[in-house]
Design a protein around this ligand. Structure first.
Ligand SMILES: NC(=O)c1ccc[n+]([C@@H]2O[C@H](COP(=O)([O-])OP(=O)(O)OC[C@H]3O[C@@H](n4cnc5c(N)ncnc54)[C@H](OP(=O)(O)O)[C@@H]3O)[C@@H](O)[C@H]2O)c1
Length: 219
């Protein structure tokens, strides 16, 4: 598979990138991002871009890919609805509509989160917007699209949060997170399981378009 990865500098994207680089099923990875990843690998190419609602300038470089792992996304904490919608819905749909036009045979996988609201009507702002984003992605004419809804994610293999206080919490909570990953797959997965599941589902398909944490752990 030739893969395009969005969000490679983030906590989720770092884990997905690691699995792509070590999995022989992935021939190459094109990372599209605004910040440098800070690593090099024979399978990895970086494309730096600033405007994530308009990909016209880099379109010729986005064709010829089999899968997109879309790990770009932000926390809604402290953010108003308009800004969160822009960073969640507008950016994701801008990338997806560009990619589907250039790569009609592509499988698109999107990382949302547990409790995403498919009705788009519920009380939680972030969940409604993620739900609308998922619903509209599923209407696009990709070969297939899969929505990954992890709950907690235990970072493994050097995956780190860029936010210092979040990283500190992960370090302190490591024993608890390891325990929860073993006993509560509904609420916890690892960066390794998530990355591996995204690769496997993009390659082999999955019986349903939305994967909850327990599905991700069982792939
Ligand atoms: N972390 C978790 O435990 C967890 C659990 C469930 C679901 N999720 C979901 O997974 C997704 C990724 O989360 P994460 O924890 O990896 O977030 P993160 O560590 O904050 O990383 C966010 C990624 O998105 C990129 N990004 C953010 N705003 C951007 C913008 N305006 N333009 C271009 N790139 C932008 C960042 O690039 P820069 O480096 O350039 O800022 C970075 O690569 C989110 O949708 C989140 O809801 C996360």
């Amino acid at each position: 598979m030739k893969v395009i990865l969005f969000g490679a500098t983030g906590m989720v994207g770092q884990g997905v990138l690691r699995e792509c680089l070590i999995d022989p099923a992935v021939e190459s990875v094109l990372s599209v991002g605004r910040s440098p990843i800070g690593q090099s690998h024979p399978k990895l190419r970086e494309l730096r871009h600033d405007n994530f609602t308009d990909f016209t300038a880099i379109e010729p470089q986005l064709a010829g890919y089999d899968a997109c792992f879309f790990c770009l996304g932000v926390s809604s904490v402290g953010m108003d609805e308009e800004k969160y919608r822009h960073l969640t819905y507008d950016i994701t749909l801008a990338a997806a509509t560009t990619l589907v036009r250039l790569n009609p045979g592509m499988v698109f996988t999107y990382v949302t989160g547990r409790s995403t609201d498919s009705t788009e009507q519920g009380p939680m702002m972030w969940a409604r917007i993620k739900g609308k984003t998922e619903n509209d992605l599923l209407k696009l004419p990709f070969k297939a699209a899969y929505m990954f809804r992890p709950a907690g994610i235990q970072p493994l293999h050097g995956v780190r949060s860029k936010t210092a206080w979040v990283q500190a919490i992960y370090v302190v909570a490591t024993p608890l997170l390891s325990y929860l990953t073993r006993v509560a797959p509904k609420y916890m997965t690892t960066s390794e399981q998530l990355g591996r599941a995204m690769i496997k589902v993009a390659r082999d398909g999955y019986p349903k378009p939305v994967l909850e944490s327990e599905d991700i752990n069982a792939v």
